[in-house]
Design a protein around this ligand. Structure first.
Ligand code: SAH
Length: 359
C-alpha cells in the first residue's frame, strides 16, 4: 500500500472529502511521498517517456527556436532562459548545445530552472554541470529574480502536471468532484453544494475542468514578459478547443491505471485546455501564437533536415533507423500520436516579431 494513501485517508477522515485539485497536488507534490518528490519517473524503466528523452533533435530544435527569438529581440547582452519542469535536464542540455552555433548567445544566457522535485533537480544539476553556463534552481516562477533581462521560457509536459478542478453537471447545476472514502478505498463523489459562480451551461453529467494554477502561472508570466520582453513556449498534450470531459489520467509503467489506485506511485496529469490558456494570456495582455500540432511545429523548425543530417553521420544502419523512428514518433499524426495530440503554444510580449514555429 502506498504511504501517501495512509496520509490521504487520514486527511479525508479528519476533514471530509477533498477536491480533485488537492488530491492531485498531494499525489504529485506531497513533500515526503509525492510522485515527483521521490523518484525519477522518466524513461523506459520509469512510467513515461517524453519528447526530449525520445531524441536529442527535440531539444536541439527548441534551442534553435530560442536562438531565433534572441536574435529577434535584438541579440541582448543578457538573456534569462527559464525552463519549467525540466525533468532530467535533457531538453536544456540539448538546447544549449544547439545554441552554441549562434555567436554571442551562450555568453548572454543565465538559466533558471523551475523544479519542485529535489530528486530531479539533482539529476538536472549533474546533467548541466561543467557546461560553463550559470544555472539556478527555483521551486516557483515567483522566486526567479527579475533584473529586467528579456526572458525566454520553455516548458515541455509541465502544464499537464498542474492540478485541475473538476465539476460535474447535475440537475442543471455544477458540483465539484471530490475524492472521499468508501471503507478503506478512495472513491470519487460530488460536493452536495452546487457552484453558483460557474455560469456556463452544459448537458447533464458533463464534466468541466479548470486548471487554476495554470492561469496564475500565465498571469505571472505575463507580468514579467510585458516588462522585460520575451517569449514563452509550452508543449503539451491537450485540446485546442475547450470542451467537456474527464481527462484526469494516471500512468504507471507506461500503462493507464485508475487515478485513485496508487496515489503517489503513478504519474497523474490532465489534458491541457489550450483555448483557456490562450484566453488567459490574451486577457493578461500577451500575444498568443498557436496552438499548432507538435508535428507541424517541429517540421517548421527544421526537423527533417536535422534528422537527415544526423542520419548521414550515423555510425551504423541501426542508429540511422533509430533516428528515423524518433522523427516518426515525434510527428505521428494519429489521434493519440505525438504529432497531433501534443501541441505547441507561444506567448510574446505585445509588438514583438512572430517567433518561429509555423503558427
Ligand atoms: N520537461 C521534462 C519533464 C516533464 S515531467 C521532459 O519533457 O522530459 C514534469 C516535470 O515538471 C518534472 O520535472 C516535475 O518535477 C515538474 N513539476 C511538476 N509540477 C511542478 C510544479 N508545480 N512546480 C515545479 N515543477 C513541477
Amino acid at each position: 500500500m502506498s504511504a501517501l494513501l495512509t496520509d490521504i485517508r487520514r486527511i479525508i477522515a479528519l476533514e471530509g472529502p477533498i477536491p480533485v485539485e488537492r488530491y492531485m497536488a498531494l499525489c504529485l507534490g506531497h513533500p515526503q511521498h509525492g510522485y515527483y518528490m521521490t523518484r525519477d519517473p522518466l524513461g523506459a524503466a520509469g512510467d513515461f517517456v517524453t519528447a526530449p528523452e525520445i531524441s536529442q533533435m527535440f531539444g536541439e530544435l527548441i534551442g534553435l527556436f530560442a536562438a531565433q527569438c534572441w536574435m529577434d529581440l535584438g541579440s541582448p547582452s543578457a538573456l534569462r532562459l527559464m525552463e519549467c519542469g525540466p525533468g532530467r535536464g535533457t531538453l536544456m542540455f540539448d538546447a544549449l548545445r544547439a545554441m552554441a552555433v549562434v555567436p554571442g548567445l551562450r555568453k548572454a544566457i543565465t538559466v533558471d530552472m523551475i523544479e519542485m522535485s529535489p530528486v530531479l533537480a539533482a539529476i538536472q544539476r549533474r546533467r548541466l554541470q561543467g557546461d560553463g553556463i550559470s544555472v539556478r534552481w527555483h521551486a516557483r516562477i515567483a522566486d526567479v529574480p527579475d533584473d529586467g533581462a528579456p526572458l525566454i521560457v520553455l516548458g515541455n509536459e509541465f502544464l499537464d502536471a498542474l492540478p485541475i478542478r473538476q465539476y460535474v453537471r447535475q440537475n442543471g447545476q455544477w458540483h465539484e468532484r471530490l475524492v472521499g472514502l468508501d471503507g478503506e478505498a478512495l472513491i470519487f463523489g460530488l460536493s452536495p453544494a452546487p457552484e453558483p459562480a460557474i455560469r456556463q451551461d452544459g448537458p447533464e453529467g458533463a464534466v468541466l475542468e479548470t486548471c487554476v494554477p495554470a492561469h496564475g502561472f500565465v498571469a505571472e508570466l505575463a507580468t514579467r514578459l510585458r516588462r522585460t520582453g520575451g517569449v514563452a513556449l509550452f508543449i503539451d498534450y491537450g485540446h485546442a478547443r475547450s470542451g467537456f470531459g474527464d481527462t484526469l489520467q494516471a500512468l504507471r509503467r507506461h500503462a493507464f491505471i485508475d487515478p485513485l489506485a496508487s496515489p503517489g506511485d503513478a504519474d497523474i496529469t490532465a489534458h491541457v485546455d489550450f483555448a483557456a490558456l490562450a484566453r488567459s494570456a490574451r486577457s493578461a495582455g500577451l500575444a498568443v501564437h498557436g496552438p499548432v500540432g507538435q508535428g507541424a511545429f517541429l517540421q517548421a523548425l527544421g526537423l527533417e533536415a536535422r534528422a537527415d543530417r544526423l542520419i548521414r553521420n550515423a555510425p551504423s544502419a541501426e542508429k540511422a533507423d533509430a533516428i528515423r523512428d524518433a522523427e516518426r514518433r515525434l510527428t505521428e499524426m494519429t489521434r493519440t500520436g505525438m504529432g497531433s495530440l501534443f501541441k505547441a503554444i507561444a506567448f510574446t510580449a505585445p509588438g514583438q516579431p512572430l517567433p518561429p514555429g509555423g503558427w
